[in-house]
Design a protein around this ligand. Structure first.
Ligand code: SF4
Length: 373
């Protein structure tokens, strides 16, 4: 298979390479809250929050979450809604749901302590190979190498590997290479050093090779191709989705939120959302019919004010959402629905797309002085 060969460092150089990277990490590592602890719960939480999410965005969520859920037992006991409300805005909400389920399993089966064994960790909801290796190496000093996007990029450049790094055969080779490089007596520091190098120096677009502590061993740099690696993956074409949503407002300024498990509920991460439906043309009349048939709310086109279109992207999905502000004399009574003030959702968990609709509705209403109180 072209592009998958890994040229190992000469044995006599490996020690030097490791010492150089660890010394750099000790001096340059960013001061992050989860680096001040060996508590497996805190490390696990940070690793889950950091998936697909920038460090700067995670820090305040991490700190707040720990105030409310300081340990695995508190998390296991909590209601899902309380957990989601502390996750709202961070996105990828299945992470929070899995975290909750895993905490319950840890309490039920592992004496409330994150398991030390790799297979037991891997069996928990939401824990993949990367997260298991990260938590076990950092919290328990277990010798498991991590492989995430940052580490894969560093390895691909060090070895001048071409091809799609996420192709299973190549990913496997990278895992082996990561495990061979691992410093077994300080696996947590080593893993973090590799990830830190990828996050701060060996960055995706323009690697800062002049600042790199291991530049002398880098094949991609020697070949002058560091900026070309890793090679671009084939992108999945985006799926475009059009939705219409109803922001019902009663004379007291209350609105209606529902929760849907299937269909468009998934686009709102199964959190509280405005009544909505997928539609292409004729959004207003389809929405009016949807409100009538599903919620028993009769609205006429004349009472529907079209708000600014909201755009939102989640992985490969591009959502175009047309919200309508609809004034009603009274909100329907629906079992399991919520009717908060539009201006005060408090800790109700809502997704980012719903937050955008709220902001649009409030801005529009303020312009027109339409909302009370
Ligand atoms: Fe990455 Fe450049 Fe260092 Fe090579 S020399 S590992 S490309 S930062």
């Amino acid at each position: 298979m072209p592009g998958v060969s890994m040229v190992a460092l000469p044995a006599q150089e490996i020690g030097k390479f490791r010492r150089r990277l660890l010394a750099w990490f000790a001096k340059r590592k960013r001061d992050l809250p989860w680096r001040k602890t060996k508590d497996p719960y805190r490390i696990w939480l940070s690793e889950i929050m950091l998936q697909q999410t920038r460090v700067a965005a995670v820090v305040p969520y991490y700190n707040n979450f720990l105030v409310r859920f300081p340990g695995v037992q508190a998390l296991a006991r909590a209601r899902e809604e309380a957990i989601l409300s502390h996750w709202a805005g961070l996105g990828y909400y299945s992470r929070a749901r899995n975290l909750h389920r895993a905490a319950q399993e840890i309490v039920a089966r592992h004496g409330s302590v994150f398991p030390r064994e790799y297979d037991a960790a891997l069996a928990l909801p939401g824990i993949g190979r990367y997260t298991a290796a990260a938590v076990l190496s950092i919290a328990y000093n277990e010798p498991h190498a991590v492989l995430d996007g940052n580490v894969a990029r560093v390895l691909a450049r060090l070895h001048a590997v071409r091809g799609d790094l996420r192709a299973p055969a190549l990913w496997k080779r990278l895992e082996t290479a990561a495990q061979e490089l691992l410093v077994r007596n300080t696996p947590g520091d080593w893993n973090q050093a590799m990830m830190e190098l990828g996050a701060t120096v060996c960055v995706p677009k323009s690697p800062k090779c002049e600042e790199c502590p291991v530049a002398q061993w880098c094949r991609a740099r020697k070949l002058g191709i560091a900026g070309q690696l890793p090679e671009a993956r084939k992108k999945r074409p985006p799926v475009r989705i059009a939705l219409a949503a109803a922001v019902l407002i009663d004379p007291g300024g209350r609105t209606l939120l529902v929760r849907q498990d299937g269909g468009d509920g998934a686009l709102f991460s199964r959190m509280w959302q405005f009544p909505a439906l997928e539609t292409t043309a004729g959004a207003a009349s389809k929405l009016a019919r949807h409100l009538r048939e599903k919620f028993g709310v009769k609205v006429t086109r004349g009472r529907m004010t079209k708000l600014k279109t909201v755009r939102h992207s989640v992985t490969f999905r591009e959502i175009r959402l047309e919200p309508f502000l609809i004034r009603v004399a009274g909100l329907p009574e629906i079992a399991g629905a919520r009717t908060p003030m539009l201006r005060r959702f408090g800790r109700l968990p809502i997704s980012s797309v719903t937050r955008k609709i709220v902001d649009t509705a409030i801005a529009d209403s303020e312009n027109k002085g339409a909302l009370s109180p």
